[in-house]
Write a protein that binds this ligand. Structure first.
Ligand SMILES: O=C1C[C@@H](O)[C@H](O)[C@@H](O)C1=O
Ligand code: CO
Length: 298
């Protein structure tokens, strides 16, 4: 289905150790996480908070297991802090990823975000950017795109629950106001379905701007519980709103088919944060690997 050697399969460490809630998987060592990723049949991963920051140490640990770095999350504060603060942190992050051979940098605007607030009702308290904030975001992203281009890299914007770019309308505005040469899109199936969007509509509309993919499945019964119970993003994750592809409500077959038909090149990253004391990370990584093999032959 996919062009040979152009599409690679990775997995994010968030199923083992969660950067948003370090207490989830706090007892799982880095080496166990990357060993199990490789054992489950993945050739790449993203970066988590337990990963060593020394390039050579990290490279050696990954090389020993046949893993490469696909990318890593960057929190931007373009709407709430002076640009220079985000730019300095971004350059350090960019250089770290460049040294590890990554080509794309995941960027998410965290100004006014409620994704890290344990008690904030997700659907009621989600931020909505003002005109001024939109203009800071668009201008700042263009400048981050220029900084990424200095190293021949791209920024891929992560739409996300509990942030100012969550809905189809907000994604449309961001894509409409940014230069495709400077700002690409990260496509995260789980966040779109959780938000109530049509993931295939977004995929087809922006397929040529999508340069990184997060494969997350969703348990719809938990989405309903989150809406009814006015739960927060973190409470939703703890309750099990996300799971691996093949274990939830999303049919990934048309997603893979559309990406393949458009000649997608890059990483597909399984990213399914759950409580690892409830959902054994190796078991779920194996489940995802098998589903992807059966669904798209990768
Ligand atoms: O890409 C992601 C990174 C996480 O930190 C985040 O909260 C998760 O839901 C996600 O999609
Ligand atoms: Co994601």
């Amino acid at each position: 289905m996919f062009t040979e050697n152009k599409v690679k399969l990775a997995i994010a460490p968030i199923g083992w150790t969660n950067d948003d809630m370090p207490e989830l998987g706090g007892d799982i060592p880095f080496e166990q996480c990357i060993s199990e990723m490789a054992l489950a049949g993945f050739i790449g991963c993203e970066v988590g908070h337990k990963y060593p920051r020394e390039i050579e140490v990290l490279k050696k640990a990954l090389d020993l297991r046949g893993l490469r770095i696909a990318s890593a999350w960057f929190s931007a504060f373009l709407t709430s802090k002076p640009f220079q603060e985000t730019a300095e942190a971004f350059k350090a992050h960019r250089d770290f990823l460049y040294a590890l051979g990554a080509k794309v940098i995941v960027v998410s605007e965290q100004g006014n975000s409620i994704q890290g607030q344990m008690e904030a009702p997700l659907f009621e308290n989600k931020p909505v950017f003002t005109e001024e904030e939109w203009s800071c975001l668009v201008d700042g992203l263009h400048r981050l795109g220029d900084l990424a281009a200095e190293k021949n890299m791209k920024i891929v914007y992560h739409h996300h629950m509990g942030t100012g770019v969550q809905t189809t309308e907000e994604i449309d505005r961001l894509m409409g106001e940014t230069d495709p040469k400077k700002v690409s899109l990260l496509y995260d199936t789980g966040h779109l379905v959780f938000s109530g969007e049509d993931p295939l509509h977004v995929l087809n509309k922006y397929i040529h701007r999508i340069h990184h993919v997060h494969l997350k499945d969703v348990r719809m019964e938990i989405v309903h519980k989150v809406r009814e119970g006015k739960m927060s993003f973190l409470q939703a994750v703890k309750a099990g709103v996300f799971t691996v592809p093949g274990d939830g409500a999303i049919d990934f077959q048309p997603v893979f088919a559309a990406l393949a038909a458009a000649g997608y090149e890059g990483w597909l990253v399984v990213e399914a944060e759950q409580d690892p004391s409830v959902a054994n990370p190796l078991e779920y990584a194996l489940k995802a690997r098998q589903y992807i093999r059966e669904t798209c032959g990768l």
